[in-house]
Ligand binder design. Structure first.
Ligand code: SF4
Length: 431
């Protein structure tokens, strides 16, 4: 993985330890923030950097922080969303395992900016090594006096708790996460009110993605201008991309948005096994609309370019689909996932996902009907904007995106009762 702004250092076997992190200048950004900046100045710097959330929605982190009223006399809370559960997205896990102190220091800075006394890391239950690493780092940080005591001669004190979830996709949705953190069932909540107004225990709460927060120490150390100098206007800074699927070198890469998409796939990640072509790529988590191989050839890898084909960088979870893959079976896998993970609160999501899943199962079993494709699109449209959280929409985006670009494969499957690609997900040559 190329080291740039976010990591600020090369990966070593001990980069998760406090000694290593300090040797690289760790915990100086929080000292600088406390010694030279007011909380408002920290937020202003983060806003000026233009950093967008790395969890999928790509909303401005600084603008989210700015909503918190620092003089309202209420407790404020901060929570790192480490419930990374989307298939193909595993870049936050990389930070938790390899650079936990970067997250902890950045959370201290965010806690100072937001005047937070108690912060949380909500981590996915299945994450074992990431949980051990972040918990070990927190113990080290407590022992060194970074948490639980007034810091650097100021009266700023922050405590942090690592909370292990039980592993539900919908607990990665910010309001579902807070419900789970409160000890309740992880049901997402209706908004408004925004979580920055009424979040954890009905108090103003900022929930940020792990990667988003991990950029904060670098922004304070290097300044907003340096951060903005990397990447593109709408995708400033670097991005972590987790890439998997039909790719020779899967893993986590730190990229500078704006480079050629094709170069990243073929030069950096080694292309598709067997020298095959790229059929399609899901660029930023399974809810982002699929991009075809032809589009990959002419696009740069940034939000601006991906928006021209109806997609985006989302959470940075990239899935490569090699030539010969059956897109009908691919959609079946995605819809099975969404149906399984629906929490069931909203009728359009609960029933709609099941309905879509049944339709695609029937098509794959050879019983497809010509009207099925229109029906899938209609159910997607009924879900859109009519559910409590974004998951109802997300399944529709994935479905509509695949149908729009690969409808011929679905028509073939329905007409012949079988796949054009032998009905499986293997990467095979087109017939
Ligand atoms: S959209 Fe789906 S996952 Fe989200 S709250 Fe409604 S039922 Fe639950």
């Amino acid at each position: 993985m190329g080291a740039r702004l976010l990591m600020n250092f090369e990966l070593t076997p001990t980069s998760h330890t406090l000694a290593d992190y300090r040797a690289r200048g760790g915990y100086r950004a929080i000292e600088k923030a406390l010694g030279e900046m007011t909380p408002q100045q920290v937020t202003a710097e983060v806003t000026a950097s233009g950093i967008q959330g790395r969890g999928g929605a790509n909303f401005s982190a600084g603008r989210k922080w700015s909503v918190v009223n620092l003089s309202d006399g209420q407790p404020h809370y901060l929570c790192a969303n480490a419930d990374e559960g989307e298939p193909g997205t595993f870049k936050d896990r990389w930070i938790l395992e390899n650079a936990p102190h970067l997250l902890l220091e950045s959370m201290l800075i965010a806690a100072y900016a937001l005047q937070v006394r108690h912060a949380f890391i909500y981590i996915r239950g299945e994450f074992d090594l990431p949980w051990r690493r972040i918990s070990g780092a927190l113990e080290e940080a407590y022992a060194a006096g970074y948490f639980g005591k007034p810091l650097f001669g100021t009266d700023f004190v922050c405590d942090l708790v690592v909370y292990r979830g039980a592993g539900s996709y919908v607990c990665g949705e910010a309001s579902g996460l807070l419900s789970s953190l409160e000890g309740k069932r992880g049901y997402p909540r209706n908004r408004p009110p925004r979580l920055t107004v009424r979040g954890l225990y009905q108090r103003p709460t900022v929930v940020n993605n792990v990667e988003t927060l991990s950029n904060i120490a670098g922004i304070i150390n290097g300044g907003a201008e340096a951060f903005k100098a990397t990447g593109t206007k709408k995708s400033p800074g670097t991005r972590l991309i987790s890439i998997s699927g039909h790719i020779n070198k899967p893993g986590v890469y730190e990229i500078e948005p704006g480079g050629a998409f094709r170069e990243f796939i073929f030069d950096t990640c080694g292309g598709v096994p067997g020298g095959r072509k790229v059929k399609a790529i899901i660029p930023g988590g399974i809810s982002t609309k699929v991009v075809t191989g032809e589009e990959v050839d002419r696009l740069t890898l940034d939000n601006e370019a991906l928006a021209t084909v109806g997609s985006g960088m989302g959470s940075g979870g990239m899935v490569v689909i090699g030539e010969g893959t059956c897109m009908v079976r691919l959609l079946q896998v995605l819809l099975r996932f969404y149906h399984h993970e629906s929490c069931g609160q909203c009728t359009p999501c609960r029933e709609g996902m099941g309905w879509m899943h049944r339709i695609i199962d029937r098509i794959v079993a050879g019983g497809g009907r010509p009207e099925d494709l229109e029906q899938l699109k209609k159910i997607s449209a009924w879900n859109d904007g009519n559910t409590i959280c974004g998951m109802g929409d997300a399944a529709g985006y994935a479905t509509v995106g695949i149908l729009a670009k690969f409808s011929d494969e679905f028509e073939y499957f329905i007409a012949h009762g079988r796949s054009r690609h032998d009905g499986n997900l293997e990467c095979r040559a087109s017939t």
